[in-house]
Design a protein around this ligand. Structure first.
Ligand code: 173
Length: 502
C-alpha cells in the first residue's frame, strides 16, 4: 500500500491490536505497529486509539509534523475515506460536565482586573490535564512561590514633583522596539489550554507591539507560528538542544532563515524537574497494570506530559558548545536559565548577547533563587569585575518567574534588567478567553505601567534607577514557620484554668 491510497474507516478499524496497529491523525492513516514501544508517551495511549481517529488526543501534545518525521514513509498508508470513520465515543464524566458548565459561566473579561484573576478562573475552568501541566512546579514548589514572593521584599523609593504628564515605558530589546519592557516567554504545549495554542500569543503580541519567544515544544508548528505573524513582527526562539546536533543545526538555521531575531538556549534543564501535579495526572489516567510495568524498558511512563516528550534534550550540553553555536548562526545568542553571577560573567566573557536569569518558573531545581534576587548579584559583580553598567545594550539582562504586576517589572528595570519574561499569566489568559484574554492581560499591564510610572516619578524607563528601590531585604529568605500544632492542641491556656477570684 502506498501513501496516496484512499482507505476506508472500516479497514482501518480492523488494525486495532498490538500485532497490527493503524491510527488516523488529521485524516491520514499511519501504521504505528513497530513504533508502539518507541513512543515516548508509552504504547498504552496509542493502543487506546488502535484502528481509530487519534487526532483529538494527538493534537495538543505533538507538533503537527511529529508523526510524519518519526515514521518512515512506508508507514504513511494513505488518506481515510471521508465519512467512513466511526466517531470515537468520548465518555464525558460528571466532573467534566461540571467543568464545561463553569467554563460557560466564567465572568466577562470586563470583570478581570489583574493577572491573578486569569489564574483563578483558569483553575476553575481549564481541562484538568492542562491546568496540572501549566501550574505544576518542581518538588515542593518552594521556588515557584519564592519567584513571586521575592518581589514582596523590594520596596519603592519614589520621587516627587517631577513632570509626569507624559510617561513612556517603551524600550528596545536586542535592538528591537517593544511597547513595554516585557516579552512573552516560551512555554510548551499551548493547545492544552486552547485549540489555537501559541497563535493566540502571536496575534496579541503583534497587536500590542511586544515580542513573543517561540518555544521548541510548541503545540503549533514553528512555521505555522511564523506564518501567522504580521510582516515585520519580531519573534525570538527558545531552543532545547537535541542530543543529535544535526537536528539542532537544522532547527537553528531554519529559525534564522525565517527571520528569528534572537536564540534563547535553555541551559537549566539537562533533565526535566519532577512536577508532581503533572505526574499524578498521568498516573491516574493509566491502567494500574500498565503503571506496574513502567520502567521495565528503562522509560518510566508515569512521569507526566512534559517528561514523556523531553528525552531528546542533551544533558551533555556545555560551555564548549557555544563556539559551535556561533559557527552555525549569526543570531544573537542568549542563555536562558542562568542562576548565579559566575555563570552570567562566563556568558559575557564568551561574547554572548545576554542571559535570562531564570529558574524555569520554579519547574526545575527546587530551592533555586528567584531571578530578581540573582539580578541584583549579577549587576553588582559585573560592575565590579567587568566595569559594566546596566541596562547595557551589548550584554542584556533578562529575568523571568513570578511576575504578575507592572510594579514587579519596574523593580527589575530599576535593578538593571532590559526586560522581563512573562509565561504562565499569558497561558492562563488564553486558556480562559483565547486571544481576547491575552489582549486584556497586555492592556492591564499597560494601564499599570502608566499609573506606576507616574507614581514613581519616572517619565521614562531611563528614570527608573537603582535608587528607586530598597532591596535591603531581598536576600533574606523568609521561611514561614508552620503552626506548632502539638503545642496548640495540648496546651490549656489560662482562660480554661480555674482561677480563684479574689
Ligand atoms: O517547563 C516545561 O514543562 C518544559 O520546558 C518542557 C520541557 C520538555 C517537554 C515539555 C515541556
Amino acid at each position: 500500500m502506498s501513501g496516496g491510497q484512499v482507505i476506508s474507516g472500516k479497514e482501518v478499524a480492523q488494525h486495532n491490536s498490538r500485532e497490527s496497529c493503524w491510527i488516523i491523525v488529521h485524516g491520514k492513516v499511519y501504521d504505528v505497529t513497530e513504533f508502539l514501544d518507541d513512543h515516548p508517551g508509552g504504547s498504552k495511549i496509542i493502543l487506546k486509539y488502535a484502528g481509530k481517529d487519534a487526532t483529538a488526543e494527538y493534537e495538543p501534545i505533538h507538533p503537527p509534523d511529529a508523526i510524519t518525521t518519526n515514521l518512515p514513509p512506508e508507514k504513511h498508508l494513505g488518506v481515510v475515506e471521508a465519512g467512513t470513520v466511526e466517531k470515537v465515543e468520548v465518555k464525558i464524566s460528571d466532573e467534566e460536565k461540571a467543568r464545561l458548565e463553569r467554563f460557560e459561566l466564567r465572568p466577562p473579561l470586563s470583570e478581570v482586573l489583574n493577572l491573578h484573576d486569569f489564574e483563578y478562573i483558569a483553575k476553575l475552568v481549564m481541562p484538568e490535564k492542562g491546568w496540572a501541566y501549566y501550574s505544576s512546579a518542581a518538588d515542593d514548589e518552594i521556588t515557584h512561590r519564592e519567584n513571586h514572593a521575592a518581589y514582596h521584599r523590594i520596596w519603592f523609593r519614589p520621587r516627587i514633583l517631577r513632570d509626569v504628564t507624559q510617561v513612556d515605558w517603551s524600550t528596545t530589546i536586542l535592538g528591537h522596539k517593544s511597547s513595554m519592557p516585557i516579552y512573552i516567554s516560551a512555554t510548551a504545549l499551548g493547545k492544552l489550554g486552547h485549540p489555537d495554542g501559541e497563535l493566540n500569543l502571536t496575534r496579541a503580541a503583534a497587536k500590542h507591539g511586544i515580542i513573543q519567544m517561540i518555544p521548541t515544544l510548541a503545540s503549533c508548528s514553528f512555521d505555522e507560528i511564523l506564518d501567522s505573524a504580521k510582516p515585520g513582527q519580531v519573534q525570538f526562539f527558545q531552543l532545547y538542544v537535541n542530543k543529535d546536533r544535526n537536528i539542532t543545526k537544522r532547527i537553528v538555521q531554519h529559525a534564522e532563515e525565517r527571520g528569528i531575531k534572537g536564540l534563547f538556549i535553555t541551559v537549566d534543564a539537562p533533565q526535566l524537574g519532577r512536577r508532581e501535579k503533572d505526574m499524578r495526572m498521568k498516573f491516574e489516567a493509566e491502567d494500574p497494570s500498565e503503571v506496574s510495568k513502567a520502567g521495565s524498558d528503562g522509560v518510566d511512563r508515569t512521569q507526566g506530559a512534559a517528561r514523556a516528550i523531553s528525552s531528546f534534550i542533551d544533558p551533555g550540553l556545555c560551555w564548549n558548545d557555544i563556539k559551535w553555536f556561533k559557527s552555525i548562526t549569526s543570531m544573537p545568542l542568549i542563555l536562558k536559565g542562568v542562576q548565579c553571577w559566575e555563570d552570567a560573567m562566563e556568558a559575557y566573557d564568551y561574547g554572548l548577547a545576554g542571559v535570562v536569569l531564570s529558574n524555569h518558573g520554579g519547574r526545575q531545581l527546587d530551592f533555586s533563587r528567584s531571578g530578581i534576587e540573582v539580578l541584583a548579584e549579577v549587576v553588582e559583580n559585573l560592575k565590579k569585575r567587568r566595569g559594566l553598567s546596566f541596562p547595557n545594550d551589548k550584554f542584556q539582562l533578562f529575568i523571568d518567574g513570578g511576575v504578575r504586576r507592572a510594579t514587579d517589572i519596574l523593580k527589575a528595570v530599576a535593578l538593571g534588567a532590559t526586560a522581563v519574561g512573562i509565561g504562565r499569566p499569558f497561558l492562563y489568559a488564553f486558556s480562559t478567553y483565547g486571544e481576547d484574554g491575552v489582549n486584556k492581560a497586555l492592556q492591564i499591564l499597560h494601564d499599570e505601567f502608566e499609573m506606576n510610572m507616574r507614581l514613581l516619578g519616572a517619565p521614562t524607563l531611563r528614570n527608573v534607577v537603582p535608587e528607586m528601590v530598597d532591596i535591603s531585604n531581598l536576600r533574606s529568605h523568609i521561611v514561614s514557620v508552620p503552626d506548632d500544632r502539638l503545642y496548640a492542641g495540648n496546651y490549656e491556656s489560662l482562660e480554661h484554668a480555674k482561677l480563684k477570684v479574689s
